[in-house]
Design a protein around this ligand. Sequence first.
Ligand SMILES: O=C(O)CCC(=O)C(=O)O
Ligand SMILES: [Fe+3]
Length: 824
Amino acid sequence: SHIPEPYDFLFDTAVEAYYKGDWLTVILNMEKALMNKATVRSVKAQCRLSCANQTAFGDRLSGLEVARPGDGSVEDLGFFQKVLKRADCVNSCETDKLGTPTMHEVTDELELEFTKRTPYNYLQVAYFKINQLDKAVAAANTFFLANPDHTEMKQNLDYYRMMAGVQLEDFKDLEAKPHMAEFLLGKSYYSDDSFGLAADHFEVAVEEHFTADKECRVLCEGAYNYDGYNYMEYSADLFQTMTDHYMQVLNCKQHCAVELASTAGRDKPFEDFLPSHFNYLQFSYYNSEKYERAIECAKTFLLFHPDDEVMNQNLAYYSAVLGDDKARPIKARQVVKLHIQQSILEKELLYFGYEAFGITFVDPDTWTPEDVMPKKLRDKQKADKETAARITEEIGNLMKEIETMVEEKKKDSSDMAMIIVPTEGGALLHDDIKVTMTANQLNGSQRVLLDGVISEDQCRELQRLSNSAALKGDGYRGRPSPHSPSEMFQGVTVLKAVKLGQEGTVPLKSARLFFDLSEKVKKALESYFRLDAPLYFSYSHLVCRSAIDEKQGDREDLSHPVHVDNCLLVSELNECIKEPPAYTHRDYSAILYLNNDFEGGEFIFTELDAKTVTAEVRPQCGRVVGFGAGQENPHGVRAVTMGQRCAVALWFTLDPAHEEKERIQAQDMLNMFSTPVNAEFIKNEANAASEPQPTTPEPPAQADLGNADDKPAEQKPDVPADAQADGPADPAEDKAEAKPVGKTKTGAKVKAAPKAKAKTADKVKPAAKKDGKQTVKTQAKQAVKKDVKPAAKKTVKVAAEKDSKKTKAAATSASDPPNGREEL
Ligand SMILES: O=C(O)CCC(=O)C(=O)O
Ligand SMILES: [Fe+3]
C-alpha cells in the first residue's frame, strides 16, 4: 500500500520553495504536509482502535483452558499476553500503513508550527500569488483564527473583504473539527429559534463528539513523555514504569474533554461541553414538541448533573405533558452512561495515583460526583481554598489601608488647594462627552449639561429594555403616572433589569448596559464636580413617560411637579425642609436622556417658588443634566403631550452607608455571569414563599444569560394554556454565547429564576394545601388559579464562596491588541 511521505520533509520543501517564489511547489508540498500529518494521525488512531478490538483485555488467556482462580501468575501471563499482542498489532498495523515507526517522528518545534497553523500562512501567500483568491481567503482565515493577534493577517483579511470576487463563504476554517462545527451550527440555529435544525445539528455534534473522543483517547497511548526528567536517570521497576506511563495516558485521556471543547478563535474551552449538548437538545426538542426526545435528553443531562433543579423541573414538565406512564420507560442514552462510567473509573485511578505516588491530576469536568475525589484530598483542597481566600482578604484589607492613607494625604493637600480650585468645571473622563452648558449658562450653581454621554444605539437599547420590562407586566404596564393622570409611567431598576435579564425576558446585555452606563454618568459627575470623595449610587431608575392621547385636552399640569431631590420643597414659603420622607442623603442627581421623539417633556430648573423658570433643557439622546440634589436646584418636567419620553434617573450619595443595596446585588449577579467563579446561587429565602408541589411540573425555564430579544416567546399548543402567558422563556439569543438553561458561560451554577407560571385548573393544587414537607430548598411552586397574577419570583443571591475564586484571572480575549508581528 501507499506510504505517505514524512510531513516534516514536505514542510521544509515548501518553505524552501517559498523563498524561491516557487508558489506551485509551496502549495503542492504544504498541502501534502497537512494531508499527511492528518493521515498519520488517523492511521495511528485506527490501528490502535482495531487492535484494541482484536486484543481486548478481559478475555481468558488464549491457549489455556482454565485460568485457575487464585493463581496470580497465570492471570498475569494472560494480561501480558494481551499487552504483547496489542503492541505487535499496533506496530505492524502502523508499519504497514506508515512505514518505519520513526519515519513520521517530527521535532517538537515543527509540531508547534502545525499547532499554530503556520502552514496556512505560507499557503495564503502562495494561493494569492497564483490568483486562487478563494483558497487564499480560506487559508488566511484559518491561520488568523489560531493567531488572532497577527496584525498582518488581520490586514490581509480586511483587504480580502474589500476585494471583488471574494465571498463571505470563503472565510472558512479549514481545520474545523466536525463535532465543533456541528455544535456551533446547532448553537446558531438555536439562537435563531430554529429548533428543528438546531436539534439535527446537535445530534450530529454528539455523534461526532464521541468519534472525536475515541480518536483523541486512543492517540493518548503514545510514547512516555519524560518531560523534565533526565530519562537516563529514570529507573523504575516494571509496575512503577507501567504506572507512570499509564497515569500519563489516563491524564491525557481525561484531557480530551478539554481538547474537544476547545476551538480556535475562543480563548477558553466551552464549559461543561458534552452535557450542554443535551441541555440544548432537550429544549430544542421541547420546542419541536418532541417530548419523548426531550425527556430522553433531559434524563441524559441529569446523568451528569442529577441534582440540577431546572432540568428536573423541565423533566417533570415534559413528563406531565406526555403522561407519566409514557415518560417513565424512556431511558437516558446508553453511550453517555458508559462514557460517564468509564470516565469516573479513570478519575478514580488517577486520584489513586495522586494519593499513592503524588502524580497530579486536575479533573477537567464539572459534573464529577463529589465522592470520586478522595476525602483527604477534598479536605485539603478546601483548606487550600480557604487559605487563599484569607490571603486575598488580608491583601484587600492592606490595600484599603494604603488607599485611606493615600486619600488622607491627598485631602491634606487638596484642602489647601480647595481655596483656589473651583468646585465645578473639572475634566471629563471621556473625550466624547462635551459640556454643553455650565452652571453659569444654566443660571445657577452645581448644575451642568453634558452631551454625547452615550450613543444612539445605546439609547435605543435602553429604551427597548424599558419597554420589554414593562411588557412583562410586573405592574408597570398601564399604570398611570404618579405625577400626572395624563401620562403613563413605567420604570425599571437596575436589579429588576438584571433579574429580567437572567430570566431571559430582556437581554442580559441590556441590563448590563444600564448598569455600565450609569457607572459612566457617575464618573462624569465625580470628575466634573471635582469631588474628592466618591459618589455612591442611591437609586437608579430607567423611566419612560408616555402621553395618553385621549387625556391631553387642555392639560395644565406638569409631567413631574417642581421639587427638590433631597428635601421637601414648600414653595409658598420659598423653603426646603431637609427631613424624611425626603431622601435627605441624596447629594447629586443626574438624568440621562434617551430620546427626543416626543412633544413637551422639557426639564426645567426653577427658583424655590417653583414658578420662576431659570433654565430649560430639551431632552435628547446622550444628554445628561447633572445637578446638586439640594435646594439650590428645584426642578421639574413639563407635560409630555405626545409620544414617549425615556430617561435614566440617577441619584447619588456621598455617604457609603446609603449606597443602594439593590445595586450591589445587581453587580454581584452580573459578576456571577461573567467571571470564572463556580459560586452557587442560592435562593432568596424571603422570596421563595410558595409551597413545594412536587407533582405540579413547571414549564421549562430557559434562562439565557446571553442577551434575549424582545420577541415574545412562541405559543405552543401543548403547553398548558396559562403557561403560555409568559411562555417558555426565550432561547439563547446572544449569537456568540447561546447558552442553555441555567448555566453561565463559565459553568457557574446559576439558578434560573423560574418562570412563575399559572397552571391549568386541573393541574393546580389549592394554594392553601400544606403537606408539611416544605423546605426552603424545595422548588417553590406557584399555586395559582387562573387570572391570578404570578407571585413574586424567586430571586437568587450569591453564596459566600465566591471570593476565593475571584483570583482566577480572565484570559486575554481574541480582541486584545495585536502583540508583535510575525514575519514570513
Ligand atoms: O425626568 C426628568 O427629567 C427629571 C425627573 C426628576 O427630576 C425626578 O425623577 O426626580
Ligand atoms: Fe428630581
